[in-house]
Design a protein around this ligand. Structure first.
Ligand code: NPG
Length: 413
């Protein structure tokens, strides 16, 4: 089986770009759930904990198409669930994602024989939450369907957008730096990343580690595009204290301060937004386009981090993008230290025109010595090319997936 070899059926992209699921295009053969543990080059530390391997759940979707001469042709697509090993960023975690996939998501998709990306969300609507697990299935079917039709993911997602979007061929790269052991280590890492060509840096902050690192980086690189991400860690302080401490970041020209307070504290973020000069961005709080509308309505943020996994899929991410464009709210594409499988899809998403701030979009080699898909290279101008091939648009390294896999199960069993 190839990723798209042999006779190619035509994928009907209507003017909206929505593939017609009802036409006789492909049928679902099944899914493989692949657990991988991919070693990181260096441990990743944030307020959501530290890990040295990327334990991910991958989904391989297999579709069968009838070729021109009636011969059956199987095509596979890959998706990645960005949940972390433990429930520390959100309630989802990798083993839980596998469990909900086996008990609920796979049976629902098989029962309805969902063979196209547009059918995934309706088929899974009866399962509450588990957005990251759902995203892996949506992404895998999207990849398979687009590979079969010879369509680039960026073009497909652009076609889904109400904004009449022209997608970009490259996106501004950004690098996130985990919590460092010392100021010296942090400055060394920022220097290294700038030498590599990154033009935007996101620092992790938490109470007790904020003004000093942000101030030191800003002093050394006055023109650098700088973000700070608190992962909700100021939520444990009384509001007055959090506001006072974070107001000390006001003079450092941060493009945004991300998720200072708890996931569900929209009122607190709105109050903080009134008290701070730095624009607030939300991440963990925004689990649906509706949540984005609520946050914007109460003034809880003026910048939005879009992560397909958090929102429940790439189609929801496009909806979130569209409503932010309509509200003139700048967005950027978040990352979860994913392998190249999710990062290729994120590059396609970030090619939509509302993504006007550089995201967590770093090149192959940033996190892993051996990645599962790619390469996606950083160019001298600090951008990464949007993959140009069909579907994910970059080769998936089956050998590396086998090497790092800890379990593989095929469904239907
Ligand atoms: O470039 O993928 C990346 C990392 C970006 O900092 C990053 N992600 O809160 O947005 C986040 C964060 C994160 C990743 C948090 C992993 C916790 C674990």
């Amino acid at each position: 089986m190839g990723r798209g070899t042999g006779a190619r059926p035509t994928l009907s992209l209507a003017s909206t770009g929505r593939p017609d699921c009802h036409q006789d295009q492909g049928s679902l053969v099944g899914f493989e759930l692949v657990r991988v543990s991919v070693p990181l080059i260096a441990p990743w530390a944030s307020s959501a904990g530290t890990f040295s391997q990327r334990d991910s759940l991958l989904v391989r979707a297999v579709l069968r198409f009838r070729g021109d001469r009636g011969a059956a042709n199987e095509v596979e697509g890959w998706g990645e669930c960005p949940a972390l090993p433990g429930p520390t960023y959100s309630a989802e975690y990798t083993a839980g994602a596998q469990d909900v996939s086996e008990r609920y998501l796979v049976p629902a998709l098989l029962r309805k024989s969902v063979a196209c990306v547009a059918g995934v969300a309706p088929a899974l609507a009866g399962v509450k939450g588990h957005n990251m697990a759902k995203t892996a299935f949506e992404a895998a079917l999207m990849d398979a369907e687009l590979v079969a039709g010879g369509v680039r993911m960026a073009d497909f997602l652009g076609g889904q957008s109400r904004t009449g979007a022209v997608v970009a061929d490259s996106v501004a790269a950004g690098v996130a730096i985990g919590l460092s052991g010392s100021l010296g280590e942090l400055l060394d890492e920022v220097a290294l990343r700038l030498e590599e060509g990154y033009r935007r840096v996101k620092l992790k902050v938490r109470p007790g580690w904020d003004v000093e690192p942000v101030g030191a980086v800003r002093e050394r690189w006055p023109a650098l595009v700088l973000f700070a991400d608190a992962n909700g860690s100021y939520g444990r302080l009384p509001m007055g204290q959090a506001a006072e401490q974070l107001a000390r970041l006001d003079g450092y020209g941060l493009s945004c301060l991300e998720q200072p307070l708890g996931d569900d504290d929209l009122a607190g973020h709105a109050e903080l937004a009134r008290r701070l000069g730095t624009p607030l961005c939300l991440d963990e709080a925004l689990t649906s386009p509706g949540a984005i509308v609520s946050a914007l309505r109460v003034g809880a943020c003026s910048v939005v981090n879009i992560k397909a996994g958090r929102l429940g899929g790439y189609l929801e991410a496009v909806r979130a993008h569209d409503l932010c464009v309509e509200q003139r709210v700048p967005v950027w594409c978040g990352g979860m230290v994913e392998t190249g499988i999710a990062r290729a899809a994120n590059l396609a998403l970030a090619s939509l025109p509302g993504f006007c701030l550089p995201g967590d979009l770093s090149a192959t080699g940033r996190f892993f010595e051996v990645d599962l898909a790619g390469p996606m290279a950083l160019r001298p101008d600090g951008t990464i090319a949007v993959p140009s091939g069909a579907g994910l648009g970059v080769p998936v390294d089956q050998e590396a997936i086998s090497r790092f896999s800890t379990s593989r199960t095929w469904w239907p069993r």
